[in-house]
Design a protein around this ligand. Structure first.
Ligand SMILES: [Zn+2]
Length: 250
């Protein structure tokens, strides 16, 4: 179940029943930060024009609320590179759209506003992963590749992995031009006319890579429909903030 964390400011959500004894997981909302419009208010990305000092304060509030001491985020480029965090590296300096962490105490996160955030954990505690699955990264198969890497490098059995799908733009609001829809449908399937189902496409990648459907939790939230709680690139008019989806091995 996806729910707001009670008694915590700023606005932060979590997947309940998702291996909490071993993992911290969180999705930040858009309220309770200091950024002015159009980044109002809990923007976690300084690359979109917001004052970096505001973003630093927002991230400090998130880290304080969640008890996070180290947060690692990549520079996202809509490709299929998967970074592995082992304690080194500086946040923002590595280009990647998914991050695997195997070191306890380091939270890894991706920033989104319509693109789909996905968390994957190995319930034994060995590794966790967070994915920025936008349209292009989905077409490149980033979710399937992340699972293959978890299996190859971290001995994760895909059938024991648990996945959580966060807020992103859904079929109801994701209309594209005909060529884009055809291209997406030919590689990923599920285009409904000109509406893309990015959740369905990533669900198919999860299952084809060996994740059991019953081990996937979908929050069911469309960021565009629910843009009072989550930033939406399309609904908010392109200049907007980004919310953060993250996971940490305790
Ligand atoms: Zn919608």
């Amino acid at each position: 179940m996806f729910k707001r964390i009670n008694g915590v400011e700023p606005e932060i959500y979590t997947f309940d029943g998702f291996s909490e004894s071993r993992f911290l997981n969180f999705v930040t909302g858009r309220n309770g930060g200091v950024s002015p419009a159009p980044y109002d208010s809990l923007n976690t990305d300084s690359n979109g024009g917001d004052n970096p000092a505001n973003v630093r304060e927002n991230l400090a509030r998130i880290n304080r609320a969640m008890g996070i001491e180290k947060l690692w985020t990549p520079r996202q480029v809509h490709q299929d590179t998967i970074a592995i965090v082992d304690g080194g590296g500086t946040p923002g300096e590595v280009e990647a759209d998914a991050v695997i962490v195997a070191t306890p105490g380091i939270a890894v996160g991706v920033r989104t506003a319509d693109c789909l955030p996905i968390i994957i954990v190995n319930p034994s505690g060995a590794a966790a992963c967070v994915i920025h699955a936008g349209r292009r990264s989905t077409e490149l198969g980033i979710t399937a590749k992340a699972i293959a890497l978890l299996a190859a490098r971290f001995n994760c059995d895909p059938s024991s992995l648990a996945a959580a799908i966060g807020p992103g733009i859904r079929r109801c609001c994701y209309e594209v031009d005909e060529d884009t829809a055809k291209r997406f449908d030919s590689c990923c399937g599920g285009a409904d006319g000109r509406h893309l189902d990015i959740v369905g496409a990533n669900m198919r990648q999860l299952v084809s890579a060996g994740v059991k459907p019953e081990n996937v939790t979908d929050c069911g939230i469309c960021a565009s429909c629910e843009n009072r709680s989550f930033f939406s690139y399309r609904k908010d008019g392109k200049v907007t903030g980004r919310f953060l989806t993250g996971v940490m091995i305790r």
